[in-house]
Design a protein around this ligand. Structure first.
Ligand code: SAH
Length: 476
């Protein structure tokens, strides 16, 4: 089945390697800076299978998972941004510090000046790059997974395909293009994009080549597959009662986390306060906080070895609640969800990190100008799903490398390599390595600082499916 899907997958987008993946020496050992302008969104940089006309594609990858935050942050006085003023006033009127989770939520999604709300943050001119932006093969392989699940679901005539946090919409573009030969599948789809950022909603609309139905931009038709596309800001807004497939790629890592630290007083929540120098600083809460209930719950899922070593714990109640909502939906409507993110198959200690222009910066510096993200706690997703619905089963996590490898990305890259020029071939090989490799690419002959870094072991994949669907590919 997988082989058949792979040979039939349509391919019309190849990244060109006119400009190399990494084009300028990096100041950071973990990242590289571009010397040339940002490529057009990768959705528009595809070519026909003949490989005749590729647009230039410069992409930069940052493996965010192996890094630590610098200990200090800058104290140079700068005028407060709108978001900084807002955060300070919340702390002032609350009469005390706010949780790390509240800080993170405001920084990322404050409607006026949150990090994601007003701009395109991806790619060479943005702050970081994600797998769909690295290579078309990522979205295509997710397409293979989706068609396999749809077949296991009994090929329903109507399916809600929901993507949480679609970024530029590139994964969905590649999924639709890759599966376009499966007419029964694409005709069954109603796409629902859950996106809080008006700027990114607009970009998704553009990249999916949507034309509006009526005057409302919240519903449109994608000319890529004639598919209806709807936008929502939360999963709850998506209509239920229809078989459902949910994709969440690098969505969970953006959900707010609370941090707890063991102290002589017992477990205390780490909070964000404003110091006498008017700078943000971390403090420990003097009394128990409501999130402690979730800490207790999370600890009941920890192994005895984990519990023994715990000094600092990060938990994401928003992720637990979202997973419950997903599991209930899948449990009653049928279908499944795929979650891919960087994280751990274990309890998380302290992983919150900030990235600006492909470099790690202090979490408290100039909030709103850097991405904040945290490792995803996969056991907590598994337990939350199992707790929410008896009708679902949870599979994985397995590494992204195993996941894409078992779905047949090797066959896919071979097929694409048959029809491309030398530059495109180099770009495909680097992209392939970044998706499934571990560490530096051994075949790389270009400048050291441009060596593609594999993310295949750092990213994990997990599926939550309705029990009627059996075990999803490739978790058998
Ligand atoms: N999946 C994409 C983008 C990942 S970045 C990719 O892999 O390229 C996270 C995405 O989730 C962005 O689109 C961001 O705007 C969106 N997002 C973050 N927090 C959100 C929230 N609370 N509700 C809805 N969307 C959110």
């Amino acid at each position: 089945m997988l082989r058949r899907l792979l040979t039939q997958t349509s391919s019309r987008r190849l990244l060109s390697s006119k400009t190399p993946f990494f084009s300028k020496p990096s100041l950071s050992p973990f990242s590289s800076l571009p010397s040339s302008p940002d490529p057009p969104s990768s959705a528009s940089s595809h070519v026909e299978e003949s490989g005749s006309s590729a647009a230039a594609g410069t992409t930069i990858s940052v493996d965010r998972s192996g890094l630590f935050n610098p200990p200090d942050h800058s104290h140079e006085p700068t005028p407060d941004s709108e978001l900084v003023k807002h955060l300070k006033s919340v702390i002032k009127f609350r009469g005390g510090p706010i949780s790390v989770a509240e800080y993170m939520e405001e920084v990322l999604t404050n409607p006026r000046s949150g990090y994601y709300m007003n701009r395109d943050v991806f790619g060479a001119q943005g702050d970081f790059i994600t797998s769909p932006e690295v290579s078309q093969m990522f979205g295509e392989m997710i397409g293979v997974w989706t068609v396999c699940l749809w077949e296991q679901m009994g090929k329903p005539e109507r399916v809600n395909l929901i993507e949480l946090g679609p970024g530029r919409g590139t994964l969905m573009v590649d999924l639709l293009r890759g599966t376009s030969k499966f007419r029964n599948f694409t005709e069954s789809l109603h796409i629902h994009l859950v996106e809080c950022s008006p700027a990114l909603q607009k970009l998704q609309h553009q990249n999916l080549k949507c034309t509006d139905e009526s005057s409302s931009e919240k519903k449109a038709i994608s000319s890529l597959a004639g598919t209806p596309v709807h936008w929502h800001t939360t999963l709850e807004e998506v209509p239920s009662g229809v078989p459902t497939i949910i994709i969440a790629h690098e969505f969970y890592d953006a959900l707010p986390v609370h941090q707890f630290q063991k102290s002589p007083r017992g477990w205390c929540e780490k909070m964000v306060d404003v110091g006498e120098d008017s700078q943000f600083r971390f403090v420990l809460s003097p009394q128990p906080t409501p999130a402690a209930l979730y800490l207790v719950k999370r600890c009941t899922w920890a192994t005895p070895e984990e519990k023994e070593k715990l000094e600092h714990v990060e938990i994401s109640p928003k992720s637990m609640d979202l997973t419950q909502e997903i599991a209930k939906r899948i449990g009653s409507d049928g279908g499944g969800a795929l979650i891919i993110d960087y994280g751990k198959d274990g309890i998380i200690s302290d992983s919150l990190q900030a990235i600006r222009e492909h470099k790690f910066v202090n979490i408290l510096d100039d909030p709103g100008s850097a991405d904040l993200s945290a490792y995803v706690d996969f056991p907590s997703i598994k337990h939350s799903a199992e707790e929410a619905s008896e009708n679902v089963s949870v599979h994985g996590p397995m590494t992204q490398s195993q996941f894409l490898g078992s779905l047949g990305i090797n066959f896919r890259v071979d097929a694409l390599l048959q029809n491309c020029d030398d530059e495109q071939a180099e770009s495909l090989r680097s992209g392939y390595w970044r998706l499934v490799g571990d560490g530096e690419a051994p075949f790389w002959e270009g400048p050291d600082e441009q060596t593609p870094i594999g993310m295949g072991e750092r990213y994990l994949a997990m599926a939550i499916v309705n029990r009627n669907q059996g075990t999803p590919a490739p978790f058998q």
